[in-house]
Design a protein around this ligand. Structure first.
Ligand SMILES: [Zn+2]
Length: 291
């Protein structure tokens, strides 16, 4: 069997923490990256009108009939293996053993274990592109990779080269898989991306309706409840927050809402907080139109 591989070349703008513990044959460091890529892939799929399960929820794939969603088709689920192996390689093509420092060029190599369709290659490449251009990559905490001190940025990268794949018939492809809509799942349409500015911790907490130290609830607007998520306790699972800010590379702020109305309300509140300045605001719908 001939297997092919595809490479994407990126450069770190902050350290990249790729740590994680894996049960499979992958090297230790790739799990965090895979988890992060899958998260962006799911958000993209939903944004394009498809469905993706939340692999951490009760309703994850496979369903009782053994069907799985389009994200599990590529990334795997119980009884269905991931279609690729991911390696992080340095410029000499050697596997990277440790966390990456900043200003390091590296390759993500996707080695096909089973045939990956053109649609999947396109979706995967676009997921990396969106994560790199607008979000962050890797880490134990998918959304705000963090390892060291609180406030240190991790996972901000710059794209060096991406494969150029003609856009296939995505809606037709997406319609073939299990349809499942997890509650409050990330959908790229409802994302907001601000470039060229960042929020201080106090400003973040204020937007999420939390006191300065983040310990007490001070606001209960719907968007604030949604953004701050919830701490876990004996009877409830934790729900991740949905607002992130990085200072690296001129700053960026991003996150997502439940729908377009909430997204626009949050963008408005962030602009109020930032005041005038040289930053740009983009919606996920705009990002999708440019793909
Ligand atoms: Zn699934």
């Amino acid at each position: 069997m001939v297997s092919s591989s595809q490479r994407i070349t990126l450069k770190t703008l902050t350290p990249l923490w790729t740590g994680g513990v894996d049960q499979t044959s992958d090297r230790l460091h790739e799990t965090g990256l895979i988890g992060s890529l899958r998260w962006w892939y799911e958000a993209l799929v939903r944004g394009l009108g498809g469905y993706a399960c939340d692999p951490t929820s009760e309703d994850r794939c496979p369903d009782k009939d053994g069907k799985h969603c389009v994200a599990c088709e590529l990334f795997g689920c119980t009884g269905w293996g991931r279609k690729f192996r991911l390696r992080a390689l340095n410029e000499q093509g050697q596997p990277i053993e440790d966390a990456l420092a900043e200003n390091i060029t590296f390759h993500l190599e996707f080695l096909e274990l089973r045939p990956i369709t053109e649609e999947e290659k396109w979706l995967l490449t676009k997921s990396v592109e969106i994560a790199a251009r607008y979000g962050a990559l890797g880490g134990k905490t998918t959304l705000k990779p963090q390892k060291g001190k609180i406030g240190e940025d991790y996972g901000i990268v710059q794209i060096i080269t991406l494969p150029n794949i003609a856009r296939p018939d995505i809606p037709r492809f997406l319609s073939q898989f299990r349809q499942v809509t997890p509650k409050d799942a990330a959908d790229l349409r409802w994302f907001f991306f601000i470039k060229g500015s960042f929020l201080w911790r106090k400003q973040m907490n204020d937007l999420m309706g939390l006191s300065e130290n983040g310990q007490e609830i001070t606001g209960n607007k719907h968007y604030q409840q949604f953004l701050r998520g919830r701490r876990g306790d004996a009877t409830h699972d934790a729900i991740s927050k949905k607002l992130f800010s990085f200072r690296a590379d001129g700053g960026c702020i991003w996150g997502y809402a439940r729908d377009a109305k909430m997204r626009d309300e949050i963008s408005h509140q962030i602009k109020q907080t930032l005041g005038t300045g040289k930053y740009t605001v983009k919606t996920g719908e705009e990002v999708l139109r440019e793909l």
